[in-house]
Design a binder for this molecule. Structure first.
Ligand code: NAD
Ligand code: TYD
Length: 349
């Protein structure tokens, strides 16, 4: 079999870096090329443990840079694309949707076009090549009190972020249908774990609580998310890449629904911090009420199950943030503070 070369786009972000840290030592026969533009969310410090591995290389660049992407496909004879690269935060997409379309939709299209052109030359691409689009349960929109998202649920995204991810999913679907590109799509629920930028709920709340700062809870705090430890997500992606048939979509989730306010209280208790740090703030516009994933298909077809209980995953996550305060300080840069000042000046009433 020809040597596999993975183009991992967005590998310096939260999930991408956990994926590379998981995969690189476990698959010494695969070459991993990390293409990341190092936006505010990308951080090479996340990849310290693998940066000297022979089967890993980092390239700084934009997935929308067609010449660069074509060059990488040629140079490394890319057989797999794993596309994590994205603008990923709903609140930012409300402030400024433009970059979400540029990266999440047009950037994905460049990866798709290049894969079509390159893999046309590979007579066994259906067996040897895969384009894995890392998507999200948010493309399905919002649930009421009951029901679950299934792979065949209609796409009904509500935020500019989720609309851009759904658009990318539809392009991936179209490239499979039209050009026979061997694509895969995974739609995962909310992740938490090491290396998550402290703008998302769990790292924000750990980081603020450690500094005795207020924890903003949007609206009534009763919105529900379905949480999964990031390593369980990465193990699911590994099995999808190894076993899934082209054109397949898999939901990934940990059957672990929590109201935001309950999570905040749970983590404050773990950190031995008072609930008086909680501050209810103005709700996010268009805030989705409930996400809940039905992950029966990946369990049945690929034999994947999450391994971390929420309690265990949260303990690992808290331990990691406690032992990596220097990491938190580096990401608390001036640009990050400016963004927060802007965002909370709009919200905090
Ligand atoms: P993240 O924001 O932590 O990381 C995104 C990475 O993409 C960063 O390293 C950034 O530098 C890079 N990037 C951004 N624009 C780029 C561009 N134009 N070219 C190259 N690199 C670029 O995001 P994350 O939380 O790790 O999410 C990764 C993927 O998983 C995203 O596609 C997201 O939609 C999806 N997802 C996330 C979650 C979650 O809970 N975080 C859940 C389901 C799906
Ligand atoms: P977030 O981590 O931004 O993920 P997503 O919006 O993609 O689900 O938010 C998770 C939930 O927490 C969501 O219901 C919004 C809420 N939230 C707060 O209440 N306060 C906060 O400071 C943040 C960042 C989120």
């Amino acid at each position: 079999m020809e040597k596999q070369a993975f183009l991992v786009a967005g590998g310096a972000g939260f999930i991408g870096s956990n994926f590379l840290n998981h995969m690189t030592p476990r698959h010494p026969d695969i070459l991993f090329i990390n293409l990341d533009d190092l936006t505010y969310a990308g951080n090479l410090a996340n990849l310290k443990s693998i940066e000297s591995h022979d089967n890993y290389s980092f390239i700084k660049g934009d997935i929308g840079n067609r010449e660069l992407v074509q060059h990488l496909f040629e140079k490394f004879n890319i057989t797999h694309v794993v596309n994590f690269a994205a603008e990923s935060h709903v609140d930012r997409s409300i402030l400024d949707p433009q970059i979400f379309l540029k990266t999440n939709v047009l950037g994905t299209q460049v990866l798709l076009d290049t894969a079509v052109a390159h893999w046309k030359k590979n007579p066994d691409a259906q067996n040897n090549c895969r384009f894995l689009q890392i998507s999200t349960d948010e493309v399905y929109g919002s649930l009421g009190d009951r029901g679950y998202f299934r792979e065949d649920s209609p796409l009904a995204p509500n935020s500019p972020y989720s609309a851009s991810k759904a658009s990318a999913d539809l392009m991936v679907r179209a490239y499979h249908h039209t050009f026979n590109l061997p694509t895969l799509i995974t739609r995962c629920s909310n992740n938490y774990g090491p290396f998550q930028f402290p703008e998302k709920l769990i790292p924000l709340l750990i980081s603020n609580a450690l500094q005795d700062k207020e924890i903003p809870v949007y609206g009534d705090g009763k919105n529900i998310r379905d949480w999964i430890f990031v390593l369980d997500h990465c193990r699911a992606l590994e099995v999808v890449l190894q076993k899934a048939a082209p054109g397949t979509i898999y939901n990934i989730g940990g059957s672990n629904e929590w109201q935001n306010i309950e999570i905040v209280k749970f983590i404050l208790k773990k950190l031995n911090k008072p609930e008086s740090l909680i501050k209810f703030v103005k709700d996010r516009p268009g805030h989705d009420r409930r996400y809940a994933i039905d992950a029966a298909k990946i369990s049945r077809e690929l034999n994947w199950e999450p391994e971390f209980s929420f309690e265990k995953g949260i303990e690992c996550t808290i331990d990691w943030y406690l032992s990596n305060e220097a990491w938190l300080e580096t990401v608390h840069s001036a640009s990050y503070r400016r963004y927060y000042e802007k965002m909370y000046s709009q919200r905090d009433t």
